[in-house]
Design a protein around this ligand. Structure first.
Ligand code: SF4
Length: 407
């Protein structure tokens, strides 16, 4: 297939495809699906070998957000029966993080619901990072605290935070359809602030919210242009009690096409399968590992993932290996660019590319849902009239509870 030969050749050279080529990936048929996965897999192995990076979510503060992101179980007016609690103490958060690290995670993602942190919140996160790094200095810490004000990114960098997550989520053209309390430009601004302060930018998307193929391609190219070092790909978890609760529009095949498109556009960038992996890829999860080089271990912010041991078994059974603490994630040329940007920022001349939004995985600052073009209702596990409480399990263990975390 000419398209896949072209995309593979470009990806192996680290080149970005055209918009038309990216759209064509989304339009491939089920008969072509394994060829698409194989082509994206060659690109993935060129830059990331067979390594899988494990990330672990710690929800520092859950629910009661004043923002109205329609995909989010923690949003203003959400009726979702999620855990609701205020800031974990640093020791509690470090204990939760330790479970993930013991399970094989090299990055801990500290997430808090809300529009953005106060300066007091930055103090709390500073203390939490110190507690985590005291236990294991090699752990990467990513913060996800919402929209940043001036100098907050610099304070996080000084506290030892390695990365900042803020997802763009969807295209600029449709952003107003999923949230009204802030704008796409606000999100871009926060990622730029993080990047400008020398933090690695983590910014991704949510598929399944009613967006078109063009919207998906728009947001993925925007992430590429903004210089995101890691791109979490969320698949909407339609939470009961949110406006998108009945939006079941994704099939496993559609999810694989989306992941492949993201990989071709970001050949040498960390591509992470984020929230909705189990819910939407289901038995095809291992094929996703041939495209993405990073996943979350265990549970998400407000929903439960499969058992952490099942994640580890899946990786090994599929012939992949868990990326070690001492191994770099990005290929050297990308890591050098990121380090240079950080050094330039530290010197006061940061130019700040990058983009973002709030939340790397699942439930809270995470996935939403919608109408995926190219799929039929028969592909999806339910219809617009059905809720799938059997597939979406609210998190009842780990951070904010007395029960052991899933890691
Ligand atoms: S995504 Fe983040 S900002 Fe939006 S409602 Fe959820 S917690 Fe609040």
């Amino acid at each position: 297939m000419d398209l896949l030969d072209t995309l593979t050749a470009k990806g192996l050279r680290g080149e970005t495809p055209t918009r038309e080529e990216a759209l064509a990936v989304l339009a491939t048929t089920d008969d072509e699906l394994l060829d698409v996965v194989a082509a994206a897999g060659r690109v993935r192995r060129r830059w990331f070998g067979r390594r899988v990076k494990l990330n672990y979510l710690v929800n520092l503060k859950s629910g009661l957000c004043p923002e109205d992101c329609s995909y989010c179980s923690q949003r203003l007016g959400s009726k979702a029966e999620i855990l609701k609690y205020t800031w974990l103490k640093p020791g509690q958060a470090a204990e939760a993080a330790k479970a993930g690290v013991s399970g094989g995670a090299k990055r801990v993602c500290l997430v808090a619901s809300g529009r953005g942190p106060t300066d007091r919140d930055i103090d709390r996160v500073t203390d939490t990072v110190a507690a985590i790094k005291e236990a294991d200095p090699a752990v990467e810490v990513c913060a996800c605290l919402g929209l940043l004000s001036d100098n907050q990114a610099e304070r996080l960098k000084a506290a030892g935070v390695d990365a900042y997550n803020h997802n763009l989520n969807t295209s600029e053209g449709t952003y107003g359809d999923i949230a009204t309390t802030h704008t796409y430009a606000d999100r871009v601004d926060t990622v730029q602030k993080a990047h400008g302060a020398g933090l690695s930018a983590c910014s991704g998307l949510i598929a399944g919210m009613g967006e078109s193929d063009e919207d998906l391609v728009d947001v993925v190219f925007a992430l590429r242009e903004l210089g995101s070092d890691s791109v979490p790909v969320n698949f909407l978890i339609p939470f009961e009690g949110t406006p998108l609760a009945k939006e079941w529009n994704l099939s496993p095949q559609r999810c694989l096409r989306i992941l492949a498109m993201v990989r071709f556009v970001n050949p040498d960038t960390e591509v992470r399968i984020a929230g909705g992996r189990e819910v939407h890829l289901r038995s095809l999860q291992p094929l996703g590992l041939h495209i993405a080089n990073s996943i979350f271990l265990g549970d998400y912010l407000t929903s439960e993932g499969q058992a952490g041991q099942a994640d580890l078994d899946m990786i090994r059974d599929a012939g992949f290996e868990i990326e070690g603490m001492g191994e770099g994630t990005l290929p050297r040329h990308r890591a050098d660019v990121a380090a240079h940007a950080g050094a330039a920022a530290a010197g006061g001349c940061g130019t700040a590319p990058a983009a973002g939004a709030c939340g790397p995985g699942g439930g809270g600052c995470g996935p939403c849902g919608g109408h995926a073009h190219g799929d039929t209702a028969a592909d999806a596990p339910g219809t617009d009239e059905e809720a799938r409480t059997d597939l979406v399990r609210v998190r009842r263990r780990g951070a904010g509870t007395e029960l052991a975390p899933n890691a």
